[in-house]
Design a protein. Structure first.
Length: 204
């Protein structure tokens, strides 16, 4: 412990400094800044941090280098964000993300298969399995887990009608819910499960 030129007591601590042996750092002993509440301090080109009851000096980059790193990071983040913006698959594409595009692709394939099934059988299919090999509807499409979406199919055999809803597992503005029925109109809702009262899907 030493006294500085103003008569205030200071504590001296030794820190390991890599290949250069040790380095001494002085800290004021005041009621407002006790060693037990010691926060990060700068000593030369190192930052001193309390560690396991003691103190340790870590190398510190210059402020200019730190600023350059921050700017570079922000530029990279901006570039990544720009690259993740959804690219429409065709003119008038109403999807807002690749997940929505996949869900809408499934829904259109299902609706086409239902129209073909009724033309061939006189009524709509009452199970997804019945639609296999009708149009482009494959056996894999019987699985209601569609990645970011879940399919809910509700047939009404007595009325020869049906409803189908694709529900996102995580709902947001780029993962909306979609609904359709035997009429073939696709509706969308980003706040709740879509139904017959939801707005008709249109391109933004």
């Amino acid at each position: 412990m030493t006294r500085n030129g103003r008569g205030r007591r200071r504590f001296s601590c030794l820190f390991a400094s890599g290949n250069s042996g040790s380095e001494r750092a002085d800290f004021p002993d005041t009621r407002q800044s006790k060693l037990t509440r010691f926060g990060p301090r700068f000593v030369g080109n190192k930052v001193v941090i309390k560690n396991n009851g003691g103190f340790k000096a870590y190398p510190m980059t210059t402020r200019r280098t730190a600023l350059g790193t921050l700017v570079s990071t922000l530029l990279v983040l901006a570039l990544v964000s720009a690259q993740t913006v959804y690219q429409p698959k065709f003119k008038g594409d109403p999807a807002r993300s690749d997940s929505e595009a996949a869900a809408l692709g499934y829904l259109r394939t299902f609706l086409r298969a239902q129209r073909m099934y009724k033309k061939n059988n006189g009524h709509y299919a009452t199970t997804l399995l019945e639609l296999v090999h009708t149009g482009s509807f494959t056996r894999r499409m019987v699985d209601t887990d569609r990645g970011d979406y879940t399919v809910e199919f509700h047939p009404h055999k007595d009325k020869d009608t049906f409803e189908i809803t694709l529900i996102p597992k995580q709902r947001d503005s780029t993962h909306r819910s979609f609904f359709s029925d035997q009429e073939g109109t696709i509706r969308a809702d980003e706040e709740k499960d879509a139904n017959e009262s939801s707005p008709v899907l249109k391109a933004d």
